[in-house]
Design a protein around this ligand. Sequence first.
Ligand code: NDP
Length: 328
Amino acid sequence: MTISALVVRKDENTISQAIETIDESQLPEGDVTVDIDYSTINYKDGLCLTGQGGLVRSYPHVPGIDFAGTVASSQHPRFKPGDKVILTGWRVGESRWGGYATRTRISGDWLVPLPDKLTTRQAMAIGTAGLTAMLAIDALERHGLAPSKGEVLVTGASGGVGSVAVALLHALGYKVAAVTGRPENADYLRDLGATSIVDRADLAEVSKRPLETESWAGCIDAVGGAMLARILGQMKYGASVAAVGLAGGAALPATVIPFLLRGVNLLGIDSVMQPIPSREAAWARLADLLPRDLLEKSARDVTLAEVTALGPQILRGELTGRTVVAIR
Ligand code: NDP
């Protein structure tokens, strides 16, 4: 059987991408074969498509860090042909071939059954970004966040993680302050449920004072860098920040004062190696919670042929919401 895949090649120092026909025998090892319906474009896909960040170690490579589809064959006890499944993380699409292909082989230990309430397209409109937003909210709630505590800040709000986070927090009854560097996206963010819009420039620089006015009951931060450092000093007493991403930088030029004087918590969120039980719980909660009209507002469909051009765009912070890649 032949498979259509977006293949990234590296010759000398030149990276190229093309849709190629590959043979099934070239697929990676795995006990489940999946016919892929949809994949998506995440920040990491931008890195893998353009050969940046040192994530891809060997070429030729098929990127795509998440996918949803139908089991074609299985030697794994949890899955049988016809089952609908979701894959996110486990370094798929980075250290091994990923979802930009009509078929792949994978370990069944990494798959999550598609919740009954979701289609494979909806699962990918959520994708790695949405799963991460849900895990961040789960973590904040475990540390005491509740709608009565006050406004929750979401940074990188018009990106993939940010958009789903805004919609989820709104569905849970939170007031949401959305940080964006793109004022033209204010109406989009209000449509998703943001109650106020914060200009990225207001948080772009580290404050001279380690503590500022206590403003936020919680924060989901996709940006990192100076913005995260600034936000730590603006959290309410005992509040938590879920650190999710580094769209603005990996450094953390902060002081420990907010931790010591306000009992602020910094919670790390990792979706990649997250154990299966908490993934399944998060997907079930996403399926129950996420309003489908808001999911549609944040999702845009593209073809596999369009993916190459979108890689550099997501790295420049130019994509809005989630980008779903139709594979077949
Ligand atoms: P997107 O590019 O879709 O979103 C990032 C958003 O951040 C942009 O849309 C933009 O929002 C904002 N932004 C971009 N550049 C800057 C900048 N220099 N300074 C401040 N804000 C900026 O990416 P994703 O949502 O897919 O991912 C967001 C981050 O989360 C990435 O760093 C990614 O690696 C990480 N991530 C981590 C996961 C985990 O398991 N921990 C899983 C998934 C993602 P706006 O224009 O509204 O300001």
